[in-house]
Write a protein that binds this ligand. Structure first.
Ligand SMILES: Cc1cc2nc3c(=O)[nH]c(=O)nc-3n(C[C@H](O)[C@H](O)[C@H](O)COP(=O)(O)O)c2cc1C
Length: 203
């Protein structure tokens, strides 16, 4: 039985490409293993507060005020969900060359010193080990390697920092370049998912 933690961050609701790809990933897991447990957070519909001067000590220092305690408790819950899962599925549109700020807020709550990462004499060490991640990425423009990409590269860096290095990426580009381009890249990404989940579960 696998446990999926699913994060969605699209702002476009029913027409979202990344949400569609995430749902495909989840459905294929369930088809192949109906006992799969799915925990979902839609960060665009139910956003986490951003870290500010008023609440940051809840995740990065000692919580004193009510708001800091509330923030620490939220961070504890999110981290517990992450540790409980074996596979993290992240749906992310590209927003201004990076990820939506709602997804960034999730990472801000989850990157906790001594909890999800630490430092050793060898440098930073991720403490969230033994997990896989699947990224379902959508962007309006084409995918060209290394070009203005602070979406896939950033997500990979954040995940690696906490110890998740087994990362698969499903990409749909050109979603804003007309319906034909959008449909073609969505179909190709869905075919990639079919191949990926089959291989993963067979492994
Ligand atoms: C606020 C905002 C910023 C965006 N910035 C970019 C961008 O920098 N590069 C890009 O290729 N597409 C950009 N787009 C287009 C989205 O990445 C594209 O529409 C994508 O399909 C959105 O994902 P979704 O379909 O899952 O909502 C942006 C869209 C929005 C709403």
């Amino acid at each position: 039985m696998s446990k999926l933690l699913v994060l969605k961050s699209s702002t476009t609701g029913p027409t979202s490409v990344s949400n569609l790809l995430v749902e495909d990933i989840v459905t294929r897991h369930l088809d192949l293993d109906p006992a799969t447990v799915v925990t979902e957070r839609n960060l665009a519909l139910d956003p986490l507060p951003h870290l500010t001067a008023m609440n940051v000590d809840g995740v990065r220092a000692h919580a004193v005020t009510d708001l800091e305690v509330e923030t620490r408790d939220a961070s504890d819950r999110l981290i517990a969900e992450l540790f409980d899962a074996d596979t993290l599925v992240i749906g992310a549109p590209m927003h201004n060359f990076s990820v939506p700020t709602t997804l960034r807020a999730w990472f801000d709550h989850v990157l906790r010193p001594q909890v999800t990462f630490g430092y050793s004499s060898a440098g930073p060490q991720g403490l969230v080990t033994g997990k896989r991640a699947i990224l379902a990425l959508a962007r309006g423009g084409p995918y060209a390697e290394g070009q203005l990409d602070h979406q896939e590269t950033y997500l990979r860096e954040l995940l690696a920092f906490i110890g998740i290095t087994d990362v698969e990426v499903i990409r749909a580009g050109r979603t804003a370049m007309g319906p034909e381009a959008r449909e073609a890249s969505t179909a190709a990404a869905r075919a990639d998912i079919a191949g990926l989940i089959g291989q993963r579960l067979a492994a």
